[in-house]
Design a binder for this molecule. Structure first.
Ligand SMILES: C[S@@+](CC[C@H](N)C(=O)[O-])C[C@H]1O[C@@H](n2cnc3c(N)ncnc32)[C@H](O)[C@@H]1O
Length: 301
């Protein structure tokens, strides 16, 4: 190819080779139902690189200079669909019951720090939603449990002595850049109600920018969930609509890693179409008003 732009003929075994390389690298599994997607994206990369055979591309990927191309390939292969306040029933469970309890327990033991992680955060709507819910939860909690120290005005998003850190990670550098920028179109804001827009966003022309105070508690970083080096000591992990692209073996490994990344009694939220059923006995399910979450339990070894 590709001077003419014609598609390169790809054999089943070539696609299989790419499939296993991608799986080894990031855990994403392209089974028969998704092979056409893999092939389509591979053709795109071949055109982009002006290569006329799969093997030249494969050689590039596994060469010393292949890292950059691999990131680009992964960017093309990841599905980044997301939205603010996605899965309302689950967020209600988190906000009204779990967070409330967590704040009370932490307050009683005088450990006023909260660590949350959005694993597979895409363009940032999930971690910013978490930040807004935590800010709301904290405001409500401090109203009923006023701090000893004098509160200054304007009231900080995270009132002392509380410390909140929301880590947000993805494997796709482009979505991380957009997330860090934190500016959203009117259609992306359609699931954010007026109250939240007013408190947590600045209107910039036709778009909405996440306020600095919210951005200050969210830290974006590259993390590949396939690796062992992942954020530790979390109270809560959201990993929604990510595991569904992994096969069962990889899902099992990931869930075990999440258990290790959580503090005792910590919480894990997975996507609406995902479940921990038959994957692990390190978690117990919590269900309330159609919202589902999981709590880490101590498993006797
Ligand atoms: C469908 S989005 C889900 C976004 C958000 N969690 C939500 O539910 O709205 C899936 C995200 O997972 C990321 N992802 C896929 N494989 C990953 C991996 N191995 N490590 C880290 N992130 C990954 C993708 O780049 C993508 O942004």
């Amino acid at each position: 190819m590709t001077t003419t732009g014609a598609a390169v003929q790809l054999t089943k075994s070539e696609l299989k080779l790419l499939q296993s390389l991608v799986y080894q690298e990031c855990g994403m599994h392209f089974d028969e139902r998704r092979t056409h997607f893999l092939e389509d994206r591979l053709q795109r990369r071949l055109r982009e690189r002006q290569l006329d055979s799969f093997y030249s591309y494969y050689r590039l990927l596994i060469s010393d200079k292949g890292r950059e191309e691999f990131s680009q390939l992964l960017e093309d292969l990841t599905v980044n669909e997301t939205s603010f306040f996605r899965n309302k029933a689950q967020l209600d469970l988190f906000h009204k019951y779990i967070l409330e309890d967590l704040l009370r327990q932490k307050h009683e033991t005088k450990q006023h720090s909260l660590k949350l992680w959005s694993a597979g955060c895409s363009t940032g709507q999930e971690p910013y939603t978490m930040a807004m819910l935590v800010a709301d939860g904290l405001a409500y909690f401090t109203l009923r449990n006023p701090p000893e120290a004098l509160v200054t005005f304007p009231k900080p998003l995270v009132p002392p002595p509380w410390k909140v850190e929301i880590r947000a990670s993805d494997i796709n550098y482009s979505v991380l850049r957009a997330a860090e920028e934190g500016v959203y179109s009117a259609s992306q804001m359609s699931t954010v109600d007026y109250n939240y827009r007013l408190r947590y966003f600045d209107k910039v022309g036709e778009r909405y920018a996440v306020k600095k105070a919210v951005k200050d508690i969210v830290h974006f970083d590259f993390h590949n969930l396939k690796t062992e080096y992942l954020p530790q000591h979390n109270d809560v992990i959201f990993c929604r609509n990510v595991m569904m692209y992994f096969d069962e073996a990889e899902q099992k490994r990931l869930v075990e890693k999440f258990a290790r990344c959580l503090n005792p009694g910590g919480f894990l939220f997975v996507g609406h179409a995902e479940s921990l059923l038959n994957l692990t006995n390190a978690f117990t399910m919590i269900y309330r008003n159609s919202g589902t979450g999981y709590q880490k339990v101590e498993v006797p070894r």
